[in-house]
Design a protein around this ligand. Structure first.
Ligand code: GUN
Ligand code: ZN
Length: 422
């Protein structure tokens, strides 16, 4: 008998993938019972007794922690897949004009709803999001994520040079707005939402803005996210703008932007010295393989991360990334690993897409973890053959993303998305 998926989960019985805590992998429990208390926390998680009085919650499906997108851009939702050249040309041609539209609150509100639904329908429960440079659009994004139940980090994108005037905000105004947004939203709803200091990249920010951003992050104890070393023209421009710095990463290091709560996206062309510095500072990496293919940026070598024990998650990087699906991104990361001589598996990549991402966001005590006392952020996905051997099961979850869709998404046990007819 099939039971409709409830609005508030109290208990489930079914096949559950439990992420390992500190190494990429999962424990597969073919028949588990998971109980959720009134606060949305897991109060029991065990193998189903035999006989078990609870019917299977969603036959033909598999439960696992929801996905965590460690890097994407809210104001690029409507221009996904606009093929207008490599990074700097694409920014000028497509992205800056589109992001300027977010000065209009009506447009921002409409896109914010679409953006959140796109994530939830792919099983994403938490994300590190870049807003536009408009404080009003950022406020709208926070309000929308608060309402729909998503978790995550949200940043006002800081940029005070080398782009059209409509998307720039001078350092004092931008930092003032960032402070106000942080005071209102950082730690909202028991830590469900946080404000993230978000310098777009070194090209878009004067040294004054970079330093002011770092100062604010330290003062208010905020996470930081930015782009680095994605494209050769970008790197050359950074060298011209910061001739006295040893490297691209050194620009961020000397501004004071790097510590254990900094998330660096792309990291394609870093030197070994930069990788070592990144690891020494305790920064995390957002690996965005689909975006890297789309903009022809190159490939990040996963083994550089793995060999240094750097925390790593996957990022869709919408709109250079062409999908909101972390499973699709995991498949792209697999292809990238083949091209860069890195060893990985579908299981490891699925872990990066969930628990690994939660660690990158600094939210791993809240999400990406299935244990008693943790919050029940869960997804249930179709899996026509739950009897598959574990390795094939992970392959099918990552590579057969078209066939085995997300049926429902839950945050703290509350349903935030359900596919029609589930
Ligand atoms: N570098 C600076 N801004 C961006 C952006 O919006 N997308 C990507 N992929 N790289 C960037
Ligand atoms: Zn990006």
């Amino acid at each position: 008998m099939t039971i409709a998926l409830p609005m508030q989960l109290r208990q489930i019985r079914g096949t559950v993938l439990i992420p390992l805590l500190d190494q990429p992998g999962f424990k597969l429990v073919p028949d588990a019972v998971l109980v959720i208390d009134d606060s949305g926390r897991i109060s029991e998680l065990k193998t189903a007794p035999d006989p078990c009085p609870i019917p299977e919650t969603k036959p033909g499906c598999i439960w696992m922690p929801g996905f965590v997108d460690t890097h994407l851009h809210f104001p690029q939702s409507r221009v996904v897949g606009s093929a207008s050249g490599p990074l700097l040309e694409w920014l000028d041609e497509t992205i800056f004009p589109e992001e300027a539209r977010f000065l209009d609150a009506h447009y921002a509100r409409m896109v914010a709803d679409e953006f959140c639904l796109s994530m939830l329908s792919q099983g994403t429960v938490a994300a590190a999001v870049y807003s536009s440079s408009a404080p009003s659009a950022t406020q709208i994004l926070f309000e929308t994520m608060a309402r729909v139940g998503l978790r995550g980090l949200v940043g006002l994108t800081l940029m005070d040079r080398m782009a059209p005037q409509r998307v720039l905000l001078d350092a004092e105004k931008a930092l003032g707005a960032a402070r106000e947004l942080a005071e209102q939203w950082h730690g909202f709803d028991g830590g469900r939402l946080e404000f993230c200091i978000t310098p777009r990249f070194a090209i878009s920010c004067t040294p004054k803005l970079l330093k002011g951003a770092a100062k604010l992050a330290h003062e208010l104890n905020l996470p930081v996210q930015t782009h680095i070393s994605e494209n050769q023209d970008e790197i050359d421009t950074v060298r011209q703008l910061f001739p006295k710095h040893e490297s691209y990463l050194d620009v961020y290091a000397r501004a004071g932007l790097l510590d254990g709560r900094s998330i660096l996206a792309h990291c394609i062309h870093l030197s070994d010295d930069e990788w070592d510095l990144l690891a020494d500072k305790g920064c995390s990496v957002s690996h965005c393989p689909d975006s890297n293919f789309f903009l022809g940026s190159g490939q990040m070598a996963l083994h550089k991360v793995q060999s240094r024990g750097i925390e790593c998650g996957l990022g869709t990087d919408v709109g250079a990334g062409r999908t909101f699906s972390l499973r699709r991104i995991a498949a792209s990361a697999y292809d990238t690993a083949l091209l860069t001589g890195s060893q990985t598996t579908a299981e490891e990549l699925l872990w990066y897409a969930s628990r690994g991402g939660a660690k990158v966001l600094g939210m791993d005590d809240r999400t990406g973890r299935l244990e008693v006392g943790c919050e029940a952020d869960l997804i249930v996905m179709k899996q026509s053959d739950t009897g598959l051997k574990p390795a094939r099961l992970f392959d099918s979850l990552v590579f057969q993303h078209d066939q085995n869709g997300v049926e429902a998404t839950y945050v703290r046990g509350r349903r935030v998305y359900m596919k029609d007819g589930s």
